[in-house]
Design a protein around this ligand. Structure first.
Ligand SMILES: CC(C)(COP(=O)(O)OP(=O)(O)OC[C@H]1O[C@@H](n2cnc3c(N)ncnc32)[C@H](O)[C@@H]1OP(=O)(O)O)[C@@H](O)C(=O)NCCC(=O)NCCS
Length: 199
């Protein structure tokens, strides 16, 4: 009986592994939607917090406590955005800004879009909204860290004009290195000379 049950459980394990491999090989299920159906809103209060936490906890390797989330969204609610499709939260970006070594800079802390909604520009729209707010608030630059292995994020930020400023060794708890990415805003246009001086 013992022999039988162990060999049958071995077979069951093999079947489960085969099913798992099959699932991995299957293309990701993509959501059907028009881009205009995605609604973007800035952080609107405590009811948004579990939605943000749920997405970030699912998709980012780094564990964050509720105090970290609250630090960002309470102090800079205007810099965090959520994307909704038919009432379902499908993406979010969480940011902050402040003085740093004589510059006023923005920082992108978290960015996530759930798998079925990826590849349709949602992350780009979320990040662009935050960056625009930072720019309007007087930031001179924006920074963030991304895992050196995160091809998707590195490609996305590269397209937006971010450069790799630094490599941070073993930056994450999982031991992976990070790139510090930086976007420098162009300086404001020089003031035109006033006509009285222009002679
Ligand atoms: C990274 C992430 C936010 C991108 O979301 P998204 O909505 O699919 O991104 P977008 O559709 O706006 O992509 C814009 C561009 O980024 C690049 N890009 C995004 N994902 C990519 C991928 N997996 N591989 C290569 N390039 C990718 C492409 O250049 C893409 O433009 P294209 O579709 O015209 O080629 C999403 O994959 C995600 O949530 N990943 C897990 C969490 C994460 O890694 N967050 C970033 C932490 S720094």
């Amino acid at each position: 009986m013992l022999l039988f049950s162990s060999s049958s459980s071995r077979k069951e394990t093999q079947r489960t592994r085969a099913r798992e491999r099959e699932m991995e090989a299957m293309p990701e299920e993509k959501a059907e939607f028009e881009e205009a159906e995605i609604k973007y809103v800035s952080y609107g209060g405590e009811h948004h917090l579990p939605l943000i936490m749920n997405l970030v906890d699912q998709e980012l390797s780094e564990p964050y406590s509720i105090f970290t989330y609250r630090y960002f969204v309470y102090l800079w609610p205007q810099l965090s955005f959520l994307a909704f499709h038919k009432g379902k939260c499908v993406g979010t970006v969480v940011c902050k800004m402040g003085e740093h070594r004589n510059t006023f800079r923005g920082y992108i802390a978290m960015l996530v879009v759930i798998k079925p909604y990826r590849g349709r520009g949602i992350a780009t729209e979320l990040v662009t909204r935050s960056i625009r707010m930072m720019m309007e608030s007087g930031c001179e630059e924006v920074t963030l860290e991304a895992e050196v292995t995160n091809k998707g994020a590195l490609a996305l930020y590269g397209r937006l004009g971010f450069i790799r400023a630094k490599r941070l060794f073993h930056y994450y708890l999982n031991g992976v290195d990070a790139f510090r990415l930086k976007l420098l805003f162009p300086p404001p246009p020089r003031q035109e000379l006033s006509p009285s001086l222009d002679t």
